[in-house]
Design a protein around this ligand. Sequence first.
Ligand code: BGC
Ligand code: BGC
Length: 855
Amino acid sequence: MIDARARAELRGAIVTTLLTVALTGCSKKEETTGETQPSRITTASNVHPEIWPQVSLPALDDTAIEPRLNELLSSLSVEEKVGQIIQADVGSVTAEDVRRYRLGSVLNGGNSAPGGDDLAPARVWLAAADAFYEASMDTSDGKHAIPIMWGVDAVHGHNNIIGATLFPHNVGLGATRNAELMRRIGAITATELRVTGQEWTFAPTIAVAQDVRWGRAYESYSENPTLVREYAHSIVLGLQGDPGKPDFLRGNHVIATAKHFLADGGTFEGRDQGDARITEEQLRDLHAPGYVAAISAGVQVVMASFSSWQGKKITGHHGLLTDVLKNRMGFDGFVVGDWNAHGQVEGCSNVSCPAAINAGLDMFMAPDSWKELYDNTLAQVKSGEIPMARLDDAVRRILRVKLRAGLFEAGKPSSRAPGGKFDLLGSAEHRAVARQAVRESLVLLKNDNKVLPLKPSMKVLVAGDGADNLPKQNGGWTLTWQGTGIENKHFPKAESIFAGIRSAVKAGGGTATLSVDGKYTRKPDVAIVVFGEDPYAEFQGDIATLEYKPGNESDLELLKKFRADQIPVVAVFLSGRPLWVNPELNAADAFVAAWLPGSEGGGIADVLFTKRDGSVNHDFKGKLPFAWPRTPLMFNSEGAPETPLFDNGFGLTYQDTVDLPVLSEEVPAAPGQASTHHYFAAGRPSNGWQLAVGAGDAARTALPGAVGSAQGDVLQISAIDRAAQEDARLAKWSGAGPATLALQGEAPIDLQREANGQLSVTFEYRIDAPPSAKVMLGIECGPGCRGDLPIEAQLKQAPAGEWRQFKMPLHCFQNKGADLRNVTAPFLLSTAGKLELGIANVRLESGLNDAPRCE
Ligand code: BGC
Ligand code: BGC
């Protein structure tokens, strides 16, 4: 037996040998990414920094900066220093707070915006940026003027702003295989950001998603680290400009953030904020190359990931943040945390986390928790729990970035060119680049009998709910966090896919008709069906299998209907990831993976239609950035038992003449895990859940088919119709005694991260008879563990017979005693009184704006 220490040393030695071999075989890579040969370093942490690449930083002239840093650091009070390392959300902070606390930064989260209005016009953003800046520069109280930085998720263009140019999400950009284009996209995004006064973007996401069940897979360029590395380099240069040039980080450039360090895309089962159960070598080889490239391109900020590695949260990981990223790779910018992610570090809460700073985090993203966090952090510095040297290092890094970006001399955001040039938002020139990106991102998966390209002189029917649907073609992180709750009218400068087809066909002498449900009076020459995933982002996008819309065949039926009418069908599939669509592939003559193209739907018609003379206008260029699954259970290309249906890199062109054989439509049984975000949908309990009823203290009985009654008929459940046949339930409490309706599961689920993500228990309800007594909505967490909230007041206010939506934030249940790490029943409804209530679609959903508050 060898002991643990000897084993660790042995492992280190083996790894070093392997790496030396790997790196010497790879000297070309070093030139392009700035990697140099490893040398041995010793460390007390559980990483082996010596096996990680060293990065050569770009040459920056910091000679004037470093003395200023020393001077500033020696003059700032400890209160001012602590202020610098805290970032608050514009929804929870005012300019006055910034003046008083000297906060280093503000951000707007996906669901927050100036004045609380997601749809606020560009000029309101600029005015808010000026106000925060002026507050930060105010010296009337004797404090030092330190310009604030405003960070925003400009992840596919300046996507929080109405009228901005919206590029395809990263998955589509990965398909273009055009790194040079990334640079132009970065430059345009930076320019549009500067127009509204923000100087910092939380982009690029350089995740290398390994399991596309992850709801953020579309933020990943590819499953392939080499492609991600190339793109990371190029987009950082586009956003920040060339290091060493006078307009680096200023003018039409912004500060970029490489996120989320490290292995956000490598978590077990693709769980958002989950755990990467991989070796240190896999961590390095799969997930780190993008960071090496971003750092060598001069990226100034790295965002620590919500996720963990081998069970330890990265936000508190000294080995990865300090020993590897800062010491080994030499990163000299700063590390920002993710949205209250520090609260998930062992021993921490949202309002206190010395462990994260001590591990190497430099700035807390503390959206709503900033004030208490400020007080606690200050106390921890004063007590020595956070060493002053560590605080000084964090502040030095933040100020270094501010100085490099010239913020001290820049004046207020509206005075910095191109601040206030609103015409640049969605300008024709910018949109043309986005349209090119759309064209190049399209991947042709099937083209039987060479149905494509189409002649623009044809009679074209355009169907499907994605055809004229700008929210859907943009996906998540568009005006709102999940990309939900918005309509076509919120995209004044965008073009839908249908609108693009209509103008191509009109110019070519044909006709294009929009018919979402596919009905027509005159038989068309061809039908184009645009369909796919509905918008989602973090958490909500996580799925259990890759089957496209399980249990909902409406898109398939649409395709089949045209087939039956002998009309050739072209499928245009909108999605954030490859999904199992064998039935849809079988039912279509041609099939195009169009990803989430953004504002320029016209790019699709550019490729589908020929020129007037019948010659190809634009050929397909896109190649799959992820392998396409052969079965719904094939989550990634590595280690899968079968070969993918289409390999990473696959994509037909108009030169190809292959027909796709008929594919298997068999759906294998899904692994038994419970659906974490849906509990009751389409008239049945979701995967892993059952509907149960119980009277008094008696054990609850599960109802097969989700209809039946509790003992003594004190609670009866029957099927009713809401949007579709029997998709809802009517629950009738007789008033003869207490009774409970539950959605319960066998294995507990963990909803901690969902609570942190501000999700709410959400359902549709209809009052048929109002409550006569107290009604409690609860969450159960094993025997004897519950959190319950009274809801009768709200139910009493609802008009009878009308469907409405109910929302209750998850954290409210936590306040009432629910242990969200161990949820056995996410939905319990109890009363001893009389109540008749229709219930449908029980789930978790984002958006606290319209949810009630709880203490
Ligand atoms: C996301 C980050 C994002 C941040 C600010 C987090 O929940 O994980 O990618 O930058 O919120 O909106
Ligand atoms: C915010 C997002 C953030 C998320 C974190 C949302 O309410 O708008 O920006 O990423 O919460 O979980």
